[in-house]
Design a protein around this ligand. Structure first.
Ligand code: PGA
Length: 244
């Protein structure tokens, strides 16, 4: 399985930002890792037209129907996208998404032939209480469907308290969590679990990327703020390539 560097533009980006993608594509014409930018639905077709691999940030569980304002995985695929994020903490927390809903969205993504980046992560209170691994195992029990394979699914560990805060766990903490996640995935999914990509996410930037990518069981990153500008994201891509 190739390593994966994924950007997440969240609710950012208009036409004026498309040149960032052209710049990124020009800087990495043949990346040695998989590189994807997940962006707002309004821009996905134009993002895909740059030739970069792109993804949605969320999808509905159904293919179509009377769901005003929602977007199906098939619609995301139709833009030229290859990926979709499910279970991001901003969806789980701000939109009350449960593990069961995240599992259904993940299955919807697969059905549309999208590779799913499924996010899990503990809150600051859970981290402080020492509950991180229990929370993550319970999120994986509930939100990763049994049919997950390494080819269809990537798991992103994103501590909620590290997202957009400039805070990160220590390298030892990330390594310990990723070792536990790998053990869980291998135990539950066998060979596929051993190969399933595990991303770290939360305040990844050029200055900490190399240290994080050097850790065992870190197969890439999901990057928010530092993915918005090619000048910030490009060195992170290079750091992952250099870790190979
Ligand atoms: P951040 O966001 O890199 O801005 O912390 C990461 C994410 O939410 O995926």
């Amino acid at each position: 399985m190739r390593k994966l560097i994924a950007g997440n533009w969240k609710m950012n980006g208009t036409s004026a930002d498309l040149p960032q993608l052209t710049e990124l594509a020009d800087s990495h014409p043949n990346p040695a890792v998989d590189m994807v930018i997940c962006g707002p639905a309004t821009l996905l077709s134009r993002m895909a037209a740059t030739g970069l691999s792109v993804g949605g940030e969320d999808c509905h569980t159904k293919v179509s129907g009377a769901y005003t304002g929602d977007i199906s995985a098939q619609m995301i695929k139709d833009t030229g996208a290859d990926y979709v994020i499910t279970g991001h903490s901003e969806r789980r927390i701000d939109h009350g998404e449960t593990d069961a809903l995240v599992a259904a969205k993940t299955e919807a993504g697969w059905a549309a032939d999208l590779h799913v980046i499924l996010c899990i992560g503990e809150t600051e209170a859970q981290y402080r209480a020492g509950d991180t691994l229990d929370i993550l195992r319970s999120q994986m029990d509930g939100s990763i469907p049994d049919a997950a394979t390494a080819a269809t699914t990537t798991v992103a560990y994103e501590p909620v308290w590290a997202i957009g805060t400039g805070l990160t766990p220590t390298p030892d903490e990330i390594a310990d969590v990723h070792a536990a996640l790998r053990a869980y995935l291998s135990n539950r999914f066998g060979e596929d679990g051993a190969e399933m990509r595990l991303l770290y996410g939360g305040s990844v930037k050029a200055s900490n990327a190399a240290e994080i990518f050097a850790l065992d069981n870190v197969d890439g990153a999901l990057v928010g703020g530092a993915s918005l500008k090619a000048a910030d994201f490009s060195p992170i891509v290079t750091a992952l390539e250099n870790s190979l």
